[in-house]
Design a protein around this ligand. Structure first.
Ligand SMILES: *Cc1c(COP(=O)(O)O)cnc(C)c1O
Length: 426
């Protein structure tokens, strides 16, 4: 073996996986078991006391899921990761380690519609208060910081319009405030953007989207960058204070630069319970093996479709950061030089009615609420994913009434353009 560090495509296929030591199986087996036999009483006690790493019960960890965790940690450049049942579960588990009732976190206003809902309503009932900021106005993050701020949450490529966030500028605000920066990297995937390289302390994903990539399995993951010091100022007691359920150990002191991933596992996942099925972990691992190939094709197709739409007389505007004329093109060149992703929006001169009509006439595009599938997808956010927002908030989050969102798949781009052409022209 050479001492070359493996490249991204090699890690996508191999990171975390070994031939199965018992059977020699080359693909990662699905360890479809709830629990694992202890060697003896001492072994069991050391596992429960966090003195040894090993398998206990699939709600806390599973060998198939462990391969997925190691692979995504390697692709993102983090120290460790924790897989959970969905992207939303990842967000709950992360914030549970950081916020006490009455605390605040700052979130970019341009977010996945489900995250806006989760932050506004579900988290409020836990006493976690979201304060919104505008990702196009970095000073709005600075103004939002208070003594109760415990984290900043942004998307790297933001739903629904595929806008690019200035991660480095916001990480500077987070550093000054002494709080971690959490980046939802779902729409970019680590193939396009690695937020840790730009100052993120925690990366979360909905594995359901581009990482799994085939629209067949839900999952989520949390990646610990290992960069944040949780012990300063007593702001993060879950990490810095003695844990009664683990004989008084302090997680930061014991686990150092992967303490956050451990906290998410042994406090968050163990107690809240959103475990990922090993079967889904297997499906997502298989998807990740082709991530670099798929992602490049997704981006190349998206650019071709965006260029076609930009030249069509029925189209009022196209929001795709990969277009030279787009307001996010500079940021796209800096953060995502291989491509600006495959999710973007455009608006029609005919407004709301034209949007609804287009969606009903498309044949190759599937009308559904998902992104990051091999298949091309279409949705009208104002009447679906963002329908809970009032009109002003819809426009602010990029989901105005005339807006249509596309997630471009890996079909032949000529077929996608032909489908749009017949639906727009008819
Ligand atoms: C889908 C999505 C989520 C939520 O993930 P689930 O797996 O559906 O729970 C979070 N953030 C973004 C950007 C998403 O696209």
């Amino acid at each position: 073996m050479s001492d070359r560090l493996p490249g991204f495509s090699t890690l996508a296929v191999h990171a975390g996986a070994q031939p199965d030591p018992t059977t020699g199986a080359r693909a990662t087996p699905i360890y479809q078991t709830t629990s694992f036999v202890f060697n003896d009483a001492d072994h069991a006690a050391s596992l429960f006391g966090l003195q040894a790493f090993g398998n206990i019960y699939t709600r806390i960890g599973n060998p198939t899921n462990a391969v997925l965790e190691e692979r995504v940690a390697a692709l993102e450049g983090g120290t460790a990761a924790l897989a959970v049942a969905s992207g939303h579960a990842a967000q709950v588990v992360v914030l549970q380690q950081l916020l006490q009732p009455g605390d605040e976190f700052i979130a970019a206003r341009k977010l996945y519609g489900g995250s806006i809902n989760q932050f506004t309503h579900a988290f409020k009932s836990f006493g976690w208060n979201v304060v919104w900021a505008d990702p196009d106005d970095i000073a709005s993050f600075e103004r939002a910081v208070t003594p109760r701020t415990k984290a900043i949450f942004i998307e790297s490529i933001a739903n629904p319009a595929g806008s690019i966030t200035d991660i480095e500028a916001i990480s500077t605000v987070a550093r000054k405030a002494g709080v971690p920066l959490i980046v939802d990297n779902t729409l970019a995937s680590p193939y396009l953007i690695r937020p840790i390289d730009h100052g993120a302390d925690i990366v979360v994903h909905s594995l359901t989207k581009f990482l799994g990539g085939h629209g067949n399995s839900l999952g989520g993951i949390i990646v610990d960058a290992g960069t944040f010091d949780w012990s300063t100022g007593g702001k993060y007691p879950m990490l810095s204070e003695p844990r009664p359920e683990y004989h008084g150990i302090r997680l930061q002191e014991t686990f150092g630069n992967f303490a956050f991933a451990i906290a998410c596992r042994v406090l968050g996942l163990r107690d809240l319970g959103p475990a990922l099925s090993p079967f889904n972990a297997f499906m997502i691992l298989t998807g990740i093996e082709t991530l670099p190939l798929r992602m490049q094709k997704h981006c190349d197709n998206a650019k071709a479709v965006a260029e076609f739409l930009a030249g069509h007389p029925a189209v009022a505007a196209v929001n795709y950061a990969g277009l030279a004329s787009d307001k996010y093109n500079q940021l796209a060149r800096k953060y995502a030089p291989k491509g600006a992703g495959a999710v973007f929006t455009f608006s029609l001169k005919g407004g709301y009615d034209a949007g609804v009509s287009l969606v009903s006439k498309l044949q190759l595009f599937s009308h559904l609420a998902n992104v990051g599938d091999t298949r091309s997808l279409v949705i009208h956010p104002a009447s679906t994913t963002h329908s809970q927002l009032d009109d002003a908030a819809k426009v602010k989050s990029g989901a105005g009434p005339d807006v249509v969102r596309l997630s471009i798949g890996i079909e032949d781009k000529e077929d996608l353009i032909a489908d749009l052409e017949q639906a727009l022209g008819a």
